[in-house]
Design a protein around this ligand. Sequence first.
Ligand code: PMP
Length: 285
Amino acid sequence: YDDRDGWIWMDGTLVPWREAQVHVLTHALHYASSVFEGERCYGGRIFKGVEHSRRLRRSAELLDMEIPWTVEEIEAAKYEMLKANGWTDAYVRAVAWRGAGDDMGVSARRNPVRLAVAGWEWGNYYGDAKMKGAQLDISKWCRPDPRTIPCEAKAAGLYMICTMSKHAAEAKGCSDALMMDYRGYVAEATGANVFFVKDGAVHTPLPDCFLNGLTRQTVIGLLREKGIAVHERHISPTEMAGFEQCWLTGTAAEVTPVARIGDFRFEVGALAQEMVRSYEALVRA
Ligand code: PMP
């Protein structure tokens, strides 16, 4: 995605898309010292932009990195990038990483922390799944124990198993994979959180070892406003046999109904469809 027209904000200035490059001895490339955000701009306004910028800075802190830009400066960078590209509706990708330093090695305290803000026009993350429901594989990889990784960080290193899971899913004709956690409970998809419906109530995994998505929190708020009970709890994979509906939430995924996870089937039911619409209305409000 490097050879096209457009502008990317990099370390304080807008640079032509093709020139937004880094050196091969960039620390992040070798040791995964990188954190990022995925956001969506709707009609000229980034939904929960400030919350995303705060999470970016927090993710960096968890990796012992301090981003040399304030939340306000990061906000300004996003809108500057959007304006330069002429976009009012786009996906926004901010990424902060340890650059190349005076020497090379695991320790990177003196390597500069760099920041770039890019974007692109991105429609439905799962194609036509909003109508038909997405097909998910079950990954062989598990979300790790929080004692082994900073699970609250949206950090590049935590996506290694996501890419591997997604490739395995795509090879089976699925559009994503559901991952269990290190204890065997249902965790999340490779870039989205998961919700289930049974007997009019909603059940969603407790985010104690994976990202508590901003979309997840928004959707829980919408459900509670509607008077629908939401149970955040540990969910065993076998329980999926008794769930009637399922959907994924994420900035890119928005609310996407799920038709199948492995051999478990779900209907694209009324509540799933209502949540697709409610979320859409909220982000454009
Ligand atoms: N989990 C993972 C692994 C993700 O990459 C994302 C997308 N950022 C989410 C959950 C959902 O997070 P959010 O709703 O904040 O986009």
